[in-house]
Ligand binder design. Structure first.
Ligand code: AMP
Ligand code: GLY
Length: 420
């Protein structure tokens, strides 16, 4: 098969790595890709928002499967354009991608399908929203309705922060059209988990889980990021819990989406809060988590191409069981100083060879400048490892970090501490 991956981050590098190892993959292409992906694939600089050009490229190169990494092209309808030209694609339609594109839509679907989630109300009017937060009190959670690059959620531990968030979003239009409407919801306590299910519109199969660290600083302090590290070990995700999540969250959502004529094909990523055996949905994303995907790809033993292609063809029900290594895995994100507010890009990076087959480094935000590797984004590199236990995975990853020269970079020193 000729396969195209859309995207340029660590998630897409991890997908490309796994695809490149599949016996089904005859040729691999990436749009636009990154220096790490260039070692595995032919990378082409077509702008990701230029859907027509991407379709033309697929027809010209006779692409058999397109895998869309990030949410933005999905929310903008890239999968619809590809399907309209009979190009097989792994990723939801524009309508189905509203599960991530609009928090209000996601909450309505959850309510209609009785999926357990935080109690919420929608607001467009500042004064109404302010009186509601005053009535409810803190802690309380304020969310911009639309896509805001992972920055549209404020978990307010006091009323002043909550009121400020309401004003920022509704009055000052901090996120433009994305915050014309906001959701104000109940604060949930518990342990967070990222859960993945591969869907073909009708059938959903569980596809692993991970726990990520959102706060930029050690001890889970400082501002929220898109994910500064993640880990997997089997402590939390027992098979009973997996069955419960499929039965209470994933299956009812898939059914409701089909009823709404927006069948979901792709990966449904449920951000969940678990407490005392109860599961509640925080949010849906319509793509793999970043950096969760990196640990999933290290642990996956089945053929990724076979799975994603089956989903694109609505043939998941006949797929053999998916195999994973039971070993724990970890991903430490090396970020550019200043991330997430003002990452300092352009810093030079030197990667020295790593003699450990259990370690894998993915490029997240790098580029080549005059033959040198430099930082090109906030999250720059992902240092991932699998180990016999979480301690071993952790030391493999942190040891490998010693072999990277990146003076303008930093990383958290305590990824996976909760699992120790
Ligand atoms: P989201 O983008 O909706 O996943 O929100 C980002 C982060 O905010 C989540 O990963 C949680 O840590 C936190 N969060 C979101 N909603 C809630 C909630 N209702 N209660 C507590 N924390 C939340
Ligand atoms: N790491 C969380 C996300 O990808 O949204």
């Amino acid at each position: 098969m000729k396969i195209l991956v859309i995207g340029s981050g660590g998630r897409e590098h991890a997908l490309a790595y796994k695809i490149s190892r599949s016996p089904l993959c005859e040729a691999l292409y990436c749009i636009p890709g990154n220096p790490g992906m260039q070692e595995l694939a032919v990378c082409t600089d077509i702008p990701v928002h230029d859907h027509e050009k991407i379709c033309d490229f697929c027809l010209r190169e006779k692409i058999n499967l397109v895998i869309v990494g990030p949410e933005t092209p999905l929310v903008e309808g890239l999968a619809d354009k590809l399907r309209a030209r009979d190009i097989p694609v792994f990723g939801p339609s524009q309508n189905a991608a509203q599960l991530e594109g609009s928090k209000a839509f996601m909450k309505e679907i959850a309510t209609e399908s009785s999926v357990p989630t935080a109690f919420f109300k929608r607001f467009r009017d500042v004064d109404a929203a302010l009186s509601y937060v005053r009535e409810k009190g803190a802690p309380i959670v304020i969310k911009a309705d639309g896509l805001a690059a992972g920055k549209g959620v404020v978990v307010a531990m006091d009323l002043t922060t909550a009121e400020q968030a309401v004003r920022d979003m509704l009055q000052d239009q901090k996120f433009g059209a994305a915050s014309q409407e906001i959701i104000i919801e109940e604060f949930l306590e518990g342990e967070e988990i990222s859960f993945f299910a591969i869907c073909d519109g009708v059938t959903a199969i569980p596809f692993g889980s991970a726990q990520d660290h959102k706060r930029v600083g050690d001890g889970d302090t400082g501002p929220n990021t898109g994910g500064i590290g993640d880990y997997y070990h089997a402590r939390l995700m027992k098979s009973e819990l997996e069955e419960k999540i499929m039965a209470e969250i994933i299956t009812p959502t898939l059914k409701k989406m089909a009823e709404k004529s927006a069948p979901f094909t792709g990966v449904l990523f449920a951000g969940l809060m678990i407490k005392d055996g109860f599961v509640r949905l925080l949010e849906f994303n319509v793509r793999f988590g970043d950096p969760e995907c990196q640990t999933l790809m290290l642990r996956l033993q089945s053929d990724l191409v076979e799975i994603l292609y089956a989903a694109s063809q609505q043939k998941l029900s006949s797929l053999p069981k998916i195999n994973w290594t039971p070993d724990p895995a970890i991903c430490v994100v090396m970020a550019a100083r200043g991330y997430p507010d003002k990452p300092q890009i352009g810093g030079e990076i030197t990667l020295h060879p790593i003699n450990n087959e259990h370690v894998k480094i993915f490029h997240a935000g790098t580029k080549k400048e005059n033959e040198k590797l430099v930082a090109a984004g906030g999250r720059v590199l992902n240092i991932c490892a699998v180990g016999k236990d979480i301690q071993q995975a952790r030391s493999f990853a942190y040891d490998a970090l010693q072999d990277i020269d990146f003076a303008d970079g930093f990383f958290r020193s305590d990824i996976a501490y909760r699992a120790l």
